[in-house]
Each structure stands twice: as structure tokens, then as C-alpha cells.
Design a protein around this ligand. Structure first.
Ligand SMILES: *Cc1c(COP(=O)(O)O)cnc(C)c1O
Length: 401
């Protein structure tokens, strides 16, 4: 494929993405190499996906050994890896039951449909309202962009489904004013990711739990980004000590192989009886084998214990960079999901720093126009953190001058 170039992308792809100007061809741990053999430190992990870095031996082993056995059955048959993974996830969380799909949007689609149907079965047509938060992101299907709290993702796609409202994030009074006995569900990210890496306040999430209990509404935590070890706990809800009725997970769940899941209680699961929902690929043996290897590797003794310290190492590095350049007004987040918000004079310019960092050999992300986002491998070696930050510092020096 040596005749493939980045320029060809624009000739043959729908223009909904604007990928960086290199084409990566190989990865190992927290390093990526492009077509020209240039090496990069990966602080992005795709988008918070490659939680064990690239080509982790345990995942390669799971993928290749299952790949030689059985890839696909659809849900006309079950399979061993799916049951083993569901067992693992229910053992490790509040959940009693699991529904598998292939992405974060699909996991949220399932959660929202479950919430509506659960309320409908229990209370009838009137209890169907869904309350979400401003700046939230829940995926790109029509239902999930409608529930998401960012108008730009809905523009031109109307009419969108009804019965959905949005209130400011981390504002319990606003939620209290909106919620009623007509509310079927409240959906929040415990840490808003795409919206700018904003952690929910503990009292806020506790308050949501109480409000949902009062109005018999389901509390849905979208942990597509915050889950699978990112905060140092397997799921962020465990860090907060606030338990949802439904939790959605994807991104890092497959460590780079597509899989999503909705986790819930026995009581809620009953509302999705035979034939009510489904997915051709959901729960396929290949994805479930890889995901099982991800969860087993991450939950092995000691692995998640390192997340907090690695996150702190990045924050300390950013603080040092900031002493020199006064570029960040705030560095926030949890564990290895970190957002650095640019000071006023650089607002809107996050992408510029991303491009400059790539030129220096460091891959990072933005979260909106004002925030640099870090979501590296959860086992990134300290030496790679230091080297990546040194490259970022060089890039910043070039941009800021
Ligand atoms: C990425 C993301 C999604 C969407 O996941 P896809 O796999 O892209 O469909 C949903 N919710 C949150 C919080 C996300 O970060």
C-alpha cells in the first residue's frame, strides 16, 4: 500500500473528517510510526480508546487466537467469550445484566430506548421525557445527537426526536427545576469529555441520584469516555460512590477493537424482552475475546494503581510548561483524562497547538476549541510521558514564540 497518500483521502472520502497530515502505519505501546518511519508519542490513544497502548501482547494474543477459531454468529447463537465478558463486567460493577453493541452511540441508544420502554411499561405513554446536560456528548445517531447538549451536532438534521430537554451541567437546582414525574431518565457523563474535560461534582452526582429516586426516573451514566480505568477505578461511578441504574461503556472497552456495552440492573433489564432491541454484530466472539483481555489485564493487581500517579506526572509537567508560557488557565480532569484550558488570548486556538505538537512528534487531542486533551495509554511509561511533554513544550515554544 506504499502508493497510498494522505492527499488521496479528500478524493475518496466523505468530507466529514479532517485527519492529520500523516498516515500512521504501526504502533507499539505509546509509540506510533508513520509512513516515513517518523516516531510519535501517543497522548491521544485514538480518542481515549487504546487504554493498553498499541499492539499489547495480551490483546494481540486474544485477537489472533479467537481469530483462528470463530469470528461471528449473530445473536441467533450465543458464544463463550460474550458470556465470559458479561460475567466479568457484572462481577466488577453494580450491574446484573449486560447488552453488547459496537460503539458508544449504540450503547447510549440502547440505554435511552431501555429508559423509555421501562417507563412506558411501568407508567404508560406520559412518562417519556429525557433530561440531558448542556455541552454533553453522547454520540452521533439521531437520538444521541438529540440528547447531546451541543447544538452544532444537530444542525441540519432536524426534525429530531421530541421529549428531550437540556440543563446546565453541575447545576443541581436547574435539574431539580426540570425533573418531574414525567421524566423517564436523566443522562450525564460523570466527567464531560468532548465538552471540555469537566468533572462532575460529587454533590451534583449524588443529588442527581436522589432526584431520580424521588421521581422514579432512571439515572444513566455515559461512561464511554470516563470508563475502563481512565480515572484509576474501572468506572468513574466507583470513584464517586454514586451508582447509576444504567451505565454505557465503549471506547477503551475493546482497547482499539470496536465494542460497546450497556450495563444495568435485573429490574431494568426486564424491560428489553425478546425482540425489543438488537444488533447484528453486538457481542461477537472476536470483540468479546479482545475486550475480556482488556478487562483482565487492566484489573490485574497493581495496574490501575498507576493511573493516578501518571496523571499527576502529566499535570506536574504541564504546570512546569505553564510557568514558562502562562498558556493554560486551568488544568483539570481525573486520572488519565486531562484537559488544559487555554488562557483568553489563545482561546479558539487549541487545534494550532495540536498541529504543532504533531510536527514535534507528540499526538494529543482537543476537547472543543479551547482545551488540549490528554487520554494516553493507562500504562504509558514515565519516560514516554517525559519525552512527550518535552516535545509538546518545543511545539508550544514555536507557536507562542
Ligand atoms: C465518544 C463518546 C460517545 C460516542 O461513542 P462512539 O463510539 O463514537 O459512538 C458517546 N459518549 C461519550 C461520553 C463519548 O466520549
Amino acid at each position: 500500500m506504499s502508493d497510498i497518500t494522505r492527499e488521496q483521502f479528500d478524493d475518496v472520502m466523505v468530507p466529514n473528517y479532517a485527519p492529520g497530515k500523516i498516515i500512521p502505519v504501526r504502533g507499539e505501546g505509546s509509540h506510533i510510526w508513520d509512513q516515513d518511519g517518523r516516531e510519535y508519542i501517543d497522548f491521544a490513544g485514538g480518542i481515549a480508546v487504546s487504554a493498553l497502548g498499541h499492539a499489547h501482547p495480551a490483546l494481540v494474543e486474544a485477537l489472533t487466537s479467537q481469530g483462528n477459531k470463530l469470528w461471528h454468529l449473530s445473536n441467533v447463537m450465543t458464544n463463550e467469550p460474550a458470556i465470559a465478558l458479561a460475567k466479568k463486567l457484572t462481577d466488577l460493577t453494580f450491574a446484573d445484566k449486560v447488552y453488547f453493541c459496537n460503539s458508544g452511540a449504540e450503547a447510549n441508544e440502547a440505554a435511552l430506548k431501555l429508559a423509555r420502554r421501562h417507563a412506558w411499561l411501568k407508567h404508560g405513554d406520559d412518562k417519556h421525557e429525557i433530561i440531558s446536560t448542556l455541552s454533553s456528548f453522547h454520540g452521533r445517531t439521531l437520538f444521541t445527537v438529540s440528547v447531546g447538549g451541543q447544538a452544532k451536532y444537530k444542525e441540519g438534521f432536524e426534525p429530531t426526536p421530541g421529549g428531550i430537554s437540556h440543563v446546565p451541567y453541575n447545576d443541581l437546582a436547574a435539574m431539580e427545576a426540570q425533573i418531574s414525574d414525567k421524566t423517564a431518565a436523566v443522562i450525564v457523563e460523570p466527567i464531560q469529555g468532548e465538552g471540555g474535560v469537566t468533572p462532575g461534582k460529587k454533590e451534583y452526582l449524588e443529588g442527581l441520584r436522589a432526584l431520580c429516586d424521588k421521581h422514579d426516573a432512571l439515572l444513566i451514566f455515559d461512561e464511554v469516555q470516563s470508563g475502563v480505568g481512565r480515572t484509576g477505578e474501572l468506572y468513574a461511578y466507583q470513584k464517586y460512590g454514586v451508582t447509576p441504574d444504567v451505565l454505557t461503556t465503549a471506547k477503551a472497552l475493546g482497547g482499539g477493537f470496536p465494542i460497546g456495552a450497556m450495563l444495568t440492573t435485573d429490574e431494568c433489564a426486564k424491560s428489553l424482552g425478546v425482540g425489543t432491541h438488537g444488533s447484528t454484530y453486538g457481542g461477537n466472539p472476536l470483540a468479546c475475546s479482545v475486550s475480556l483481555a482488556v478487562i483482565e489485564t487492566l484489573t490485574a493487581p497493581g495496574v490501575l494503581d498507576g493511573v493516578e500517579a501518571k496523571g499527576q506526572r502529566i499535570r506536574d509537567g504541564l504546570a512546569k510548561i505553564n510557568e514558562r508560557f502562562h498558556l493554560f488557565k486551568e488544568v483539570r480532569g481525573m486520572g488519565l483524562l486531562i484537559g488544559a484550558e487555554l488562557v483568553d488570548e489563545w482561546q479558539g486556538k487549541a487545534k494550532e497547538f495540536l498541529g504543532a505538537a504533531l510536527d514535534e512528534g507528540a499526538m494529543l487531542l482537543v476537547a472543543g476549541p479551547n482545551v488540549l486533551r490528554f487520554a494516553p495509554s493507562l500504562i504509558i511509561p514515565d519516560a514516554d510521558i517525559d519525552e512527550g511533554l518535552a516535545r509538546l513544550e518545543k511545539a508550544i515554544e514555536k507557536v507562542v514564540g
